[in-house]
Design a protein around this ligand. Structure first.
Ligand SMILES: NC(=O)c1ccc[n+]([C@@H]2O[C@H](COP(=O)([O-])OP(=O)(O)OC[C@H]3O[C@@H](n4cnc5c(N)ncnc54)[C@H](OP(=O)(O)O)[C@@H]3O)[C@@H](O)[C@H]2O)c1
Length: 386
């Protein structure tokens, strides 16, 4: 029986994970769940699974939640609550489905305790990949990728020695605007931008998918996770979202991983530690789909892709700067402070103009502080520019 903590339990990843847990009560026990502010859903999930440890954003919410529960649970709050849950000795595996930089906190502390971390939160790898790998190496902690492309690559790359791999390809649906003329980007509203054509996801990642910033982050994530040279990581636009990743081998052949776009598959693969279990997912019928298409991405129309490659080349916390700026700029777009076409503009401006004015140690506190500084810098840019 695996003992789990599900961080971000009220989100798209967290809910999918708990659906799997519900179907396999003999395999999994949920000892902790967290949310930010969605008390109603957290309470329902907590009561359904009788979860002993809960985490919410602040003390007030924690008191409210505790008072409303129909059983007795320990309710923690804030960054400290995320830390406490991640290091509980009785928990073996953490699923990190928090969106944004906060996901770094349980990831970091869980790895520090040598735990297995099933990581959906790409922000922590983009901002602190080096630190997380260093900690995991020291403690024996494990990072298992949950992002679908990286789960696919993890499975494909396991089958071949490194020297056999010539290139890796991440696929991208292209998002809702791949075919839209760029002159119309200025009129794109948040309501339209969050409607992803193939995946059902949280708001932030949906906007990132529409700008292709998400795919840029995934390139960074792949480079960190698999220690792969940047020039050997490519993106292919594949609107059907059936092939999630491909590996090109030196003999000219390719390996590919195919499934219906459903996050339950990579989540279950990580939670079971690589066992295959039956899942309530739509049957993949290739003859029904008929055609799978692939094309090169348009870096002109989607400059976020270029920014991601440039950030990796630049190194020195540039990926963190890009990610922090993106959190601010996406919020500004959702609040209608900036238009869709301006998203890459503010990202590039932050990358060019933000200066690190202190000695950043590769430690959690420094990384979180730097992230905050960048967010403030981009907020000021947005205020001035809009
Ligand atoms: N969804 C996907 O298909 C998918 C695929 C690959 C990777 N990912 C990655 O997985 C992560 C989660 O994505 P998602 O789509 O599941 O997001 P989501 O639906 O927006 O859910 C986010 C979850 O994190 C919690 N949360 C948000 N901000 C928080 C904060 N500051 N402190 C504590 N908890 C916080 C939310 O709580 P409340 O509900 O209370 O706000 C919610 O439980 C992201 O990093 C994303 O890039 C997602």
């Amino acid at each position: 029986m695996k003992k789990l903590a599900v961080f971000g339990a009220t989100g798209s990843i967290g809910r999918a994970a708990l659906e799997i847990v519900k179907s396999y009560p003999e395999r999994f026990q949920v000892l902790g769940i967290s949310a930010k502010t969605n008390l109603n859903l957290l309470k329902n999930l907590a009561q359904k699974f009788k979860v002993p440890y809960l985490v919410v954003e602040n003390e007030e919410l924690a008191k409210k939640l505790k008072a409303s529960l129909n059983y007795s649970a320990e309710v923690l709050w804030g960054d400290r609550g995320l830390k406490e849950l991640s290091i509980l000795p009785e928990i073996d595996l953490l699923l990190i489905g928090i969106s944004g930089i906060k996901g770094l906190i349980p990831t970091y502390y869980g790895l520090k305790k040598g735990k297995i971390v099933a990581l959906a939160n790409k922000e922590s790898l983009v901002c602190a990949g080096g630190l997380l790998k260093k900690i995991a190496k020291q403690t024996g902690g494990k990072i298992i990728p949950v992002d679908s492309e990286h789960s696919s690559l993890f499975q494909l790359l396991n089958k071949e020695p490194f020297s056999n791999i010539e290139k890796i390809f991440l696929t991208a649906s292209g998002g809702p605007f791949y075919k839209k003329p760029i002159r119309e980007f200025v009129n794109i509203t948040p309501e339209v931008a969050i409607k992803h054509p193939t995946w059902k996801m949280g708001v932030k990642i949906s906007i990132d998918s529409a700008t292709l910033m998400n795919k840029g982050f995934e390139v960074i994530e792949a480079q960190v996770l698999f220690d792969f040279p940047l020039e050997k990581i490519e993106i292919l636009i594949h609107p059907q979202s059936i092939v999630h990743a491909l590996v090109k081998l030196i003999d000219g052949s390719y390996l590919a991983h195919l499934s219906w776009p459903d996050m339950k598959i990579p989540i279950a693969y990580a939670l079971t530690l690589f066992e295959r279990i039956k899942l309530p997912v739509k049957e993949l019928n290739l003859e029904e789909i008929g055609t799978l298409t692939f094309e090169k991405p348009d870096f002109q129309k989607f400059p976020c892709l270029r920014l991601a490659y440039e950030a990796v080349r630049e190194g020195n916390f540039a990926p963190l700067i890009l990610e922090a700026a993106d959190e601010v700029v996406v919020s500004a777009f959702l609040e209608r402070k900036i238009t869709f076409d301006k998203i890459p503009y503010f990202l590039e401006k932050t990358l060019k103009e933000f200066k690190i004015n202190f000695q950043v140690k590769e430690e959690l506190e420094d990384i979180l502080f730097l992230h905050q500084e960048v967010c403030q810098f981009t907020k000021n840019l947005v205020e001035k520019g809009s």
